[in-house]
Design a protein. Structure first.
Length: 49
């Protein structure tokens, strides 16, 4: 019983680490997207002028 838990735990921990990295990556994309949109709007405004 304990041996099965110890064998399973590192795998589940590895899966949670992967999910955590994916969620932080998505969070940074969502957070940086408005910044990119405002920068592109400023860029197009400068180009049009």
């Amino acid at each position: 019983m304990l041996r099965e838990v110890f064998v399973y735990f590192p795998q589940s921990q590895f899966i949670w680490m992967g999910l955590y990295e994916v969620f932080t990556f998505l969070y940074f994309i969502i957070e940086l997207e408005p910044v990119e949109i405002t920068l592109s709007k400023r860029y197009y405004a400068c180009e049009s002028n």
